[in-house]
Design a protein around this ligand. Structure first.
Ligand code: AMP
Ligand code: MG
Length: 413
């Protein structure tokens, strides 16, 4: 955890429209985790971010054991061919080992998960044996070591089981528990403040006046923060009033703030104006559709992401810029979205110079795009299951061409 530099969002001078990848590189290179470390029970750690490498206190399996129910013996003392072996008294079961030594030429009853007894190196499956009068017979010898597991063959003691920065998932809790990590050191969850700005906004349904806009971004951004495993902090709504905005940012109990609206350079764009005045704000003009104005700054050392007000642009900028950045701030490293190439069901011509994201979904193995590219079409965000990414060069997509599809799932929701 260290302080962010005041000029961490500065763009190279003289650049007018910043390419998406250049903007992403700046964020990736200049930011670092901003959260402290705490200890947490492994059983409660799903979704948490490991703060350091974790090592195995004990091997898995901790001792040689058996993979099946059957009979164990020492293979080397037997001659090849059909076998007829006396059984020793007693048995080996999981958690209840056979305490003695199995003499050469004898076999012992053994159950799945039991430690391999002394004098045993090989196990034959019970289904392959006939049992009668304290003896087993079976038609031929298996390979040396058959149906046994070596100590540490899965994870040796002291091996690194998971790296720092890893976001824990249910199977990871199994692994950590199996090797004896009852607790883990994790980053404190990132607190993500979400603030809507604009005089025109009101709560959904509060005022039917068509001049009012219902606040659509705040529930979306708070829900994204929660899906990403952060603590969503609702900072409410402020009108276009710098003093109120300043007070709201001053009192924010958050590690990072996502604002929406007011991010461009217009006279009502108070987020950018205020951050600019505070001395650490950069207005980013990004060669991106939809999106473009993105204001980035530090408010008393706390990063502020000024997302566009338009919900379509706000979502795209949140997914493309805020998601990897929040991941870095939270200690889980930079995250590129997951995507794959699929045939287009649509035609589209685009100019050179900026990257475009289209609302899209998979239908019958092909990618369909939403009927309108209008950035006011919020219904398209909900219709879609992901985004098509069209890179900067001019291009003409024809039906059947392969295009890059970034499913919402690859953005973590
Ligand atoms: P702005 O970025 O403030 O110029 O806003 C661009 C457009 O997005 C305007 O039509 C705003 O009314 C609209 N807008 C801003 N914030 C929100 C919001 N939280 N929910 C829905 N629309 C918004
Ligand atoms: Mg506005």
């Amino acid at each position: 955890m260290s302080q962010l530099a005041n000029d961490c969002f500065a763009l190279p001078p003289g650049v007018y429209w910043t390419p998406v990848d250049d903007a992403l590189a700046i964020l990736r290179d200049r930011l670092n985790p901003v959260v402290g470390v705490e200890t947490c029970l492994t059983a409660d750690a799903d979704g948490r971010v490991l703060a350091r490498d974790h090592f195995a206190p004990r091997a898995n399996p901790p001792g040689a054991n058996t993979a099946i129910d059957g009979y164990g013996f020492a293979l080397g003392t037997l001659s090849p061919g059909a076998q007829d072996l006396p059984l020793v008294a007693g048995r080996a079961a999981a958690g209840a080992p056979f305490e003695g030594v199995v003499p050469p030429g004898h076999a012992v009853r053994i159950l799945t998960g039991a430690l391999v007894p002394a004098g045993v190196d090989t196990v034959v499956m019970q289904e392959d044996c006939e049992l009668a009068e304290g003896r087993i017979t079976f038609p031929g010898l298996p390979k040396l070591g058959a149906n046994t597991r070596k100590a540490g063959e899965d994870v040796p003691a002291d091996a690194r089981v998971l790296p720092g920065g890893h976001v824990l998932r249910p199977p990871d809790l199994a692994l950590l528990s199996a090797v004896g990590c009852a607790t883990v050191e994790v980053f404190r969850p990132l607190r993500v403040g979400v603030l809507s700005t604009g005089d025109e906004l009101c709560a959904p349904g509060a005022d039917p006046d068509p001049a009012r806009t219902y606040d659509a971004n705040r529930p979306m951004l708070l829900a994204l923060a929660a899906r990403w495993g952060y603590v969503p902090v609702d900072l409410g709504h402020v009108g276009d009033d710098r003093a109120v905005l300043r007070a709201r940012l001053d009192s924010a109990q958050a590690d990072v703030v996502l604002t929406s609206g007011g991010a461009s350079a217009g006279e009502e764009d108070h987020v950018s104006a205020l951050l600019q005045k505070a001395g650490a704000m950069q207005a980013w003009r990004i060669a991106l559709k939809p999106g473009r104005p993105l204001a980035l700054g530090l408010w008393n050392g706390m990063p502020v992401f000024g997302l566009p007000g338009n919900p379509v642009a706000a979502l795209v900028c949140a997914l493309i810029f805020a998601r990897p950045t929040l991941s870095l701030l939270a200690g889980s490293g930079w995250r590129a979205p997951v995507g794959f190439d699929m045939p287009a069901a649509f035609a589209k011509r685009k100019k050179a110079g900026r990257r475009e994201y289209l609302r899209a979904r998979i239908v019958d193995g092909q990618i369909e795009t939403f009927a309108s590219e209008g950035s006011g079409r919020i219904s398209g965000l909900s219709w879609a299951d992901g985004l098509v990414e069209l890179s900067e060069p001019a291009q003409e997509v024809r039906p059947g061409d392969r295009v890059r599809f970034l499913p919402y799932g690859g953005f973590g929701f």
